[in-house]
Design a protein around this ligand. Structure first.
Ligand code: F3S
Length: 755
């Protein structure tokens, strides 16, 4: 059995009691999001309720899912924890490293050849540490999770922003960085700021050309790409219950596009049907028994304004299909106004490629609705004008769709079925174009459409819509086509109309699959060897960081005084460096190369105090390291904002930097620094930033008395012989100081696991 029914039963056994305790504690009826959060507290109920948007809370998630790009460093770190198996059920999914070029079979074979060392490594680590492994071609992480692992009322984290997709099955599922996955797999609590709550009340019922996708396209238009930040979006109301489970998944998936922590729906009959249809009747039975707790309290939904921080209402019966974009997913235009918008904005009217599928929209329902349009193109002798691709979300969906003749219909309309993988959604797309400088339009049923996201071309105008609308527009080859009102001319010169799409939520003959691509881990992995290819450029086993010797750090060189914005991208650039994500030493060659040096205004070009020459941060830092000289980074406000990428903390540590001293930190990066055994400090007096000079050598004066709440003083020795002493503050608590002493949080855990 792939899913862990015992774990789910354990969660459900405690659920009612925990929900009741939370209701008592807060003295009010609860939303579903609150129920799930309070049911997953690490330390049990607190003395007073948490403040939404303010309190930092430790949680105990039920599951972890990782995709192949982010899993590499997460698992390399996890191996340092000294555990024999992951503390909670965890899975790895190989979906990001497969480039779409000609079609599923060949593309998959190419990816296996190109990234075999990564896949072999991931498979062997998974096998050793009790982690489920989904091989390349098995499917896209979020679709596979929805089909196999998601369960109502559960909490999971995943190392990918669209982990939120599992909200379609009533979970609180949150996208995180690798460091968070390591914490949970290593048996540590997982911290999150208690989210705010946005309620979306759905009334009415979808019909005609309008699909679940249009709900989230509309919500994105209302809330914008930032509107959901720090909040859980909870959908409810009679309209919510009418949506298919996979449709709910689509809506939750794109919650990431409004910045929401996650989105979720209460448990209902559609979820029960989907669980049973995907071979999880036991989960449905268990959920049925505590169903009242797996949705928000009736009073909350009756008076949502009282209990949510913000409420939106959408009537599905009057909701129009939408097309969002270009360049941002929150630019929402109703279909009836879209042709006008194309003309007014000068967007290229010719549609070059229509792409359906991805983790967002590749359910059986999506494929049947799109196939019903494809069938009309065939029957009505319409020549399809655009290129058309289909990316199934999983082998189970692909196999079932093939068995039921859906893929044949796409094939007959000239479509190409790509591998069950991310492909064009993540820019893994070798798009054929005769002129990359031409402004051009594509439309997808994916989620993100920022510039260059799909094909790396800034001239591509990427739009997002439901798969059935994408299919209709691809047939027309025209962005101004409105299938609800317009006709097309077929090969016989006749005017024909595309009728409304027809979909089937669940396959009438049930889901089927021959080889789902899942590998169960060894029941005892102690003798399994982790495979890292000799001389690999992409993978490197980690050495534990050295523990602190308890002394002051003396003779540090100033490696860089960064000016202005310094995000995790400035500290550890993405793009071409992604291929080194599993090789700490190689990826360290990008460290701080995007940061602006205060003294010369150049990105990443700093003075080597030993030679007086200028070089890149990593080169200069390696020169210091070779001489055993530590260093310090100085930065501005909100240092480390952007992502939770742990590389931004590991790389400086690996290269021998010891302290990062800034005006203020982005909180996640500050925590990541602490976990990696770095000293993250802030200026007590911001003006002291100006005291740092290019040739400074720096000592800590009282680090040997490192204590919670006690400032640390630094002596700056300038090249002219003068000196300054400055005061620095820190936010380390006792256990974080213990991480620093041990050299890293993982060293500390390892020691505890040994004890
Ligand atoms: Fe993959 Fe795109 Fe989803 S990159 S995980 S298909 S958002």
């Amino acid at each position: 059995m792939i899913f862990d029914i015992e774990m789910i039963k354990e969660v459900y056994a405690k659920f009612p009691e925990r929900v009741n305790a939370a209701r008592e504690l807060t003295g009010k009826p609860l939303t579903l999001a609150e129920k799930i959060l309070y049911a997953h507290l690490w330390d049990g109920n607190p003395d007073s309720p948490y403040t939404r948007g303010k309190s930092y809370v430790n949680f105990a998630p039920d599951r972890v899912a990782m995709q192949d790009a982010t899993a590499q460093m997460a698992l390399l770190q996890f191996m340092q924890s000294g555990r024999k198996t992951a503390a909670v059920p965890s899975t790895v999914h190989c979906d990001h490293l497969i480039q779409a070029q000609v079609g599923a079979k060949k593309d998959l074979a190419n990816a296996k050849e190109k990234s075999s060392e990564v896949f072999d490594f991931l498979q062997s680590v998974s096998n050793k540490y009790g982690i489920g492994f989904w091989e390349p071609g098995a499917g896209i992480i979020h679709q596979v999770v929805l089909e196999n692992y998601a369960f109502p009322g559960g909490m999971m984290i995943g190392t990918d922003s669209h982990t939120v997709n599992a909200g379609g099955l009533g979970m609180v599922a949150i996208g995180v960085g690798g460091a968070d996955a390591v914490d949970v797999m290593a048996g540590m609590p997982w911290e999150l700021k208690f989210p705010k709550l946005i309620g979306v009340k759905l009334t009415g019922k979808l019909s005609g050309w309008t699909a679940s996708k249009d709900v989230i396209l509309k919500v994105a238009g209302i809330l914008t790409v930032k509107g959901g930040t720090g909040a859980i979006v909870e959908y409810f109301g009679p309209g919510a219950e009418s949506l298919s489970c996979t449709g709910k998944g689509t809506i939750c998936n794109m919650g990431a596009e409004i910045g929401a922590t996650t989105s979720t729906f209460g448990y209902d009959a559609k979820m029960g049907e989907y669980l049973r249809g995907t071979g999880r009747a036991e989960v449905a039975d268990a959920a049925d028994q505590i169903a009242e707790h797996l949705t928000g309290d009736a009073e909350v939904y009756a008076n949502p304004e009282q209990y949510f921080d913000q409420v939106i209402e959408i009537d599905l019966s009057t909701l129009e299909p939408h097309i969002n974009g270009p360049y941002t997913p929150d630019r929402a235009t109703p279909l009836s106004e879209f042709a006008k918008a194309v003309k007014e904005n000068g967007w290229p009217a010719k549609l070059e490629v229509g792409l359906i599928g991805s983790c967002t929209n590749s359910s059986y329902e999506d494929l049947t609705r799109s196939a019903s349009i494809a069938q009309q193109a065939i029957d009505k002798k319409l020549k399809v004008k655009s290129e058309f691709t289909v990316t199934p979300g999983s082998e189970q969906v692909r196999f079932t769709a093939e068995r039921d003749g859906l893929l044949d219909r796409f094939d007959a309309m000239g479509g190409v079925v790509l591998a069950n993988a991310c492909g064009p959604c993540i820019g893994q797309w070798a798009r054929h174009t005769d002129d990359p400088d031409r402004k051009n339009s594509i439309i997808t049923s994916f989620n993100r459409n920022f510039a260059k996201r799909n094909d790396g071309n800034p001239n591509t105008h990427s739009f997002v819509a439901s798969p059935e609308l994408v299919t209709a527009l691809a047939i027309a080859g025209d962005m101004t086509f409105n299938p609800m009102t317009d006709t097309l001319v077929n090969e016989a010169g006749e005017e024909v109309r595309l009728e409304e799409p027809l979909g089937i939520e669940m396959p009438p003959a049930g889901y089927a699959v021959e080889n789902n691509g899942y590998h169960e881990p060894a029941s005892d992995g102690s003798n399994v060897e982790v495979v890292v290819a000799q001389g690999s450029e992409r993978l490197q086993l980690l050495d534990p960081f050295q523990p602190w010797d308890g002394k002051n750090i003396e003779g540090m060189k100033l490696i860089i005084k960064a000016k202005g914005k310094c995000t995790t991208d400035h500290i550890s650039m993405a793009g071409p460096w992604l291929r080194f994500r599993g090789h700490l030493d190689n990826i360290s060659n990008n460290t701080l190369t995007g940061a602006i040096n205060y003294f010369n205004g150049e990105a990443g070009l700093v003075k080597n105090q030993l030679t007086g020459e200028y070089g890149s941060v990593p080169d200069v830092q390696r020169a210091y390291k070779a001489e055993g000289i530590p260093s310090i980074v100085v930065g501005d406000h909100n240092y480390g904002e952007g992502s939770s990428r742990e590389h931004a903390a590991m790389q400086p540590r690996h290269l021998g930097m010891r302290i990062v001293l800034v005006k203020s930190f982005a909180r996640i990066h500050e925590t990541n620094l602490k976990k990696q055994g770095m000293l993250g400090l802030t200026f007590a007096n911001e003006a002291d930033y100006d005291k740092f000079q290019e040739d400074d050598t720096i000592d800590t004066l009282d680090l040997n008395e490192f204590q919670e709440g006690k400032p640390i003083h630094l002596k700056l020795k300038h090249a002219d012989g003068s000196e300054d002493t400055i005061t620095c503050e820190h936010t380390y608590n006792e256990s974080q100081i213990a991480w620093f002493r041990a050299g890293s949080a993982l060293n500390k855990i390892k020691a505890e696991n040994k004890a």
